[in-house]
Ligand binder design. Structure first.
Ligand code: G3I
Length: 377
C-alpha cells in the first residue's frame, strides 16, 4: 500500500513505537512501477539526498524505482568545489540507499556548462587556463569520481547539453560554450576518451558512458548527435548510450511521431537509449531552455494541465516507450512528487504535492503492465 499523507500519522506513531514502517509496506503485493517495468527497461527517479530523511519519498523511491540519479549531488560544484578537494558524502548516501534497495545508480554528470566552478577555467594568475590545464583538471575530476564509486555506478553522463537545438555545438564565448572555449572543438571527444581510459585503468569497463541532452527530439539536434556518435564509433571512441532528457509538454509537444523518429535515429547508431530526466511541464507559456524554465509563448494556450490530460500524455509516451523497449535501457522521472520538482508551481510528476499517486501514475502503471503482458505472449 502507498504511504500517503493520510497514513503519515499512523507511520509516525509506528516509528515512535519502534515499528519498521518501510518493511511493513515493502511486503505489500500492490502493483508498483518497478515490478511492472521488469523485462521492459529500468525505471528510475532523480532524488536530492534530503529525500532520504523523508519517510514517504524514501518509501516511494525504493518501491517504485530500481534506478537512481542524484539530482545535484554528483555535479562538479558539489563534488569538487575547490581544486582537488573532493566531497563524496552526499553521493555516498545515494549510493548506499540504492545498494540497500537493489537499485542501479546513474552518475550525473562530468562535463556540463552549468554547475561547474569558475576555477576549472582559470589559471593560477586569474587568466584563462590553457587547454592542457583544463584537460588535466577534467581527467583528474573524472578519475576521482570513477575511482571513488568504482563498481557502484551503472552509467555516467560524460557530456551534458553540448548542442544547440539546431545542431550547432555551443559556441565558444556564447552561453554554454565554456568547455569548448577552454579545450577546443574536440572537447566532447576528449571527455569520452578520458572516461573510457579511466574505466579501463581502474577495471570498471562495464560502466556505461552516456551523452545526455534536452530537446533531443528536435531534428537539428537529433541529427547532429547521431553524426557525433557515428563519428566517435568510426574513430573507436566508446559511447554506449544516448540520454534524451524528456522535459516535455503536457500537450502534443513533442508529438509521438517526432519522439518515435528520434528513437529510430538513435537506435540506428547501436547505442542504448535512456529517457533520462522525464517530466511533463504543465505550465502554459514556459519551456526548458537550458538556462532553466523560461518564457516561450509558443507553449501558451495549448498546454492542458488537467489531471486527465496529464494521465493521457503519460500513457501515450509510456506506450511508445514500451513499443521501443528493446532499444530503451532505462526511463527516469526527474523527481518524486510535484513539490520536489525543479518545475516549480506545476504538476509535472506522477505523485502530487502530498506524494499521493496521481491518475498519471496509474496510466504509467497500466502501460507497463500491458507491455509486460505482451512480452509473455
Ligand atoms: O546549492 C544551493 C544550496 O546551498 C541552497 O540551500 C539552495 C536553496 O535554494 O539552493 C542550492 O542550489 C540549488 C540547487 O538546485 C540545489 O537545490 C540551485 O540554486 C538550483 O539552481 C539547482 O537547480 C537544479 C538545476 O538542475 C541546476 O541547473 C535543479 O535542482 C535540478 O533539477 C536541475 O536538473 C537539471 C539537470 O541537472 C540537467 N538537465 C536539466 C535539469 C533541469 O533543469
Amino acid at each position: 500500500m502507498f504511504i500517503s499523507m493520510k497514513s503519515v500519522s499512523a507511520i509516525v506513531a509506528g516509528i515512535c513505537l519502534g515499528a519498521v514502517a518501510f518493511q511493513a509496506t515493502a511486503q505489500d503485493d500492490i502493483p508498483r512501477l518497478r515490478k511492472a517495468a521488469e523485462g521492459l527497461f529500468l525505471i528510475g527517479n532523480a532524488l536530492p539526498t534530503r529525500a532520504f530523511s523523508d519517510v514517504i519519498a524514501s518509501d516511494i523511491a525504493a518501491q517504485d524505482f530500481n534506478r537512481l540519479t542524484c539530482e545535484n549531488e554528483m555535479k562538479w560544484d558539489a563534488t569538487e568545489p575547490q581544486e582537488g578537494q573532493f566531497r563524496f558524502e552526499a553521493g555516498d548516501q545515494l549510493v548506499e540507499f540504492a545498494q540497500k534497495h537493489g537499485m542501479k545508480v546513474h552518475g550525473h554528470t562530468f562535463l556540463w556548462h552549468s554547475q561547474t566552478p569558475n576555477w576549472v577555467f582559470q589559471d593560477p594568475n586569474g587568466g584563462r587556463a590553457s587547454r592542457e590545464l583544463v584537460l588535466k583538471r577534467l581527467e583528474n575530476h573524472i578519475r576521482a569520481l570513477m575511482t571513488h564509486w568504482k563498481g557502484k555506478i551503472d552509467s555516467w553522463d560524460v557530456c551534458n547539453e553540448c548542442y544547440e537545438d539546431d545542431g550547432r555545438v555551443r559556441a565558444p564565448g556564447g552561453f554554454g560554450g565554456n568547455w569548448r572555449q577552454a579545450i577546443g572543438d574536440d572537447y566532447m571527444e576528449q571527455a569520452f576518451k578520458i572516461a573510457d581510459k579511466v574505466a579501463k585503468e581502474i577495471g570498471d569497463e562495464k560502466v556505461l558512458l552516456v551523452y545526455n541532452d534536452f530537446n533531443m527530439y528536435k531534428p537539428g539536434k537529433r541529427d547532429a548527435v547521431v553524426k557525433m556518435v557515428n563519428d566517435f564509433k568510426a574513430k573507436g571512441i566508446r559511447i554506449d548510450a544516448i540520454g534524451m532528457q524528456a522535459h516535455w509538454q503536457s500537450n502534443d509537444d513533442p508529438s509521438i511521431e517526432t519522439i518515435e523518429a528520434a528513437f529510430k535515429a538513435y537506435a540506428s547508431t547501436g547505442c542504448k537509449i535512456i529517457i533520462s530526466e522525464m517530466d511533463i511541464n504543465t505550465r502554459n507559456g514556459f519551456r526548458n531552455s537550458g538556462r532553466g524554465l523560461e518564457r516561450d509563448d509558443s507553449v501558451q494556450g495549448n498546454a492542458d494541465s488537467s489531471a486527465d490530460a496529464l494521465a493521457k500524455r503519460y500513457a501515450d509516451v509510456f506506450d511508445l516507450f514500451v513499443k521501443y523497449h528493446k532499444d530503451i535501457y532505462a526511463v527516469t522521472l526527474w523527481g518524486i512528487g510535484d513539490s520536489w520538482s525543479w518545475l516549480r508551481g506545476g504538476q509535472p510528476l506522477v505523485f502530487d504535492n502530498n506524494l499521493d499517486p496521481k491518475p498519471c501514475y496509474y496510466s504509467v502503471l497500466k502501460s507497463l503492465q500491458k507491455g509486460q503482458a505482451a512480452l509473455k505472449k
